[in-house]
Design a protein around this ligand. Structure first.
Ligand code: ADP
Ligand code: MG
Length: 219
């Protein structure tokens, strides 16, 4: 079986704008992998630690919150490696890529430092984290995302912010073009159609894991 031919689990990141369908696709994917006899689990970022911030109930300096997001991933990283080595694949519902672009998209605040966060600054705390075998990017326009249920609840879900995030994701994909890590899916289609394209990305991810063997790369 596929599971037996894998020496470790695959690390699969699902990324995209708010309401692109990440959580929907992660749930379907987990189910699909398990039906194929593959061991898999879900890891959602951010964790509980910063949820109150996202729900607008507390305020923190942009740099402090960025480092908390990164710390949240570092806190989980040892567990990720252990799980992968045990042969279980992991679906990451958001990862460093969201971390970078959402922080860099924030408007600069006059105090304590009037400069927006650069993507380089934002990436630095994540250097050394486990690198996904594939990043599945759910690509959707800001307008299509906004039509979906529940939009506008959280502090980042404003049209200007989402447009900025979309542009920064595009730059990031361009910067990482040569890595071949990104698998872009048109997320404006139906749930079933998107799931089919996501599955193709997962197959590609599993193929890479067979090639890479036990080697887990770093950011
Ligand atoms: P995310 O995790 O990326 O923020 P969700 O998976 O929570 O997105 O989906 C946001 C909303 O859009 C949910 O109400 C979900 O049912 C709906 N949705 C997800 N995928 C699609 C799709 N392909 N077409 C239409 N609606 C969708
Ligand atoms: Mg979600």
């Amino acid at each position: 079986s596929t599971q037996e031919s894998l020496r470790r689990g695959a690390l699969i990141a699902i990324e995209g704008l708010d309401r692109a369908g990440k959580s929907t696709q992660c749930a379907l994917l987990l189910d699909h992998l398990q039906k194929e006899g593959l061991s898999a689990k879900l890891q959602k970022f951010p964790g509980q630690m910063i949820n109150s911030y996202l729900q607008n109930t507390s305020n923190l300096d942009d740099r402090a919150i960025h480092l908390l997001f990164s710390a949240n991933r570092w806190e989980a990283s040892e567990g990720l490696l252990t799980t992968l080595k045990s042969g279980t694949s992991i679906l990451l519902d958001r990862y460093i890529y969201s971390g970078i672009v959402f922080s860099a998209a924030k408007p600069a605040m006059p105090i304590p430092n009037p400069h927006p966060l650069s993507t380089t600054w934002c990436r630095n705390p994540d250097v050394g984290l486990p690198r996904p075998d594939i990043v599945i990017f759910l690509n959707i326009s800001q307008e299509d995302a906004a039509k979906r249920a529940g939009f506008g609840d959280e502090r980042y879900e404003k049209p200007e912010m989402q447009e900025k995030v979309r542009g920064l994701f595009e730059e990031l994909r361009e910067d990482e073009r040569d890595s071949g890590d990104w698998w872009v899916v048109d997320a404006g289609k139906s749930v079933g159609e998107v799931a089919e394209e996501v599955w193709k990305g997962v197959q590609e991810g599993l193929r890479r894991v067979k090639e890479r063997g036990l080697d887990i790369r770093s950011i």
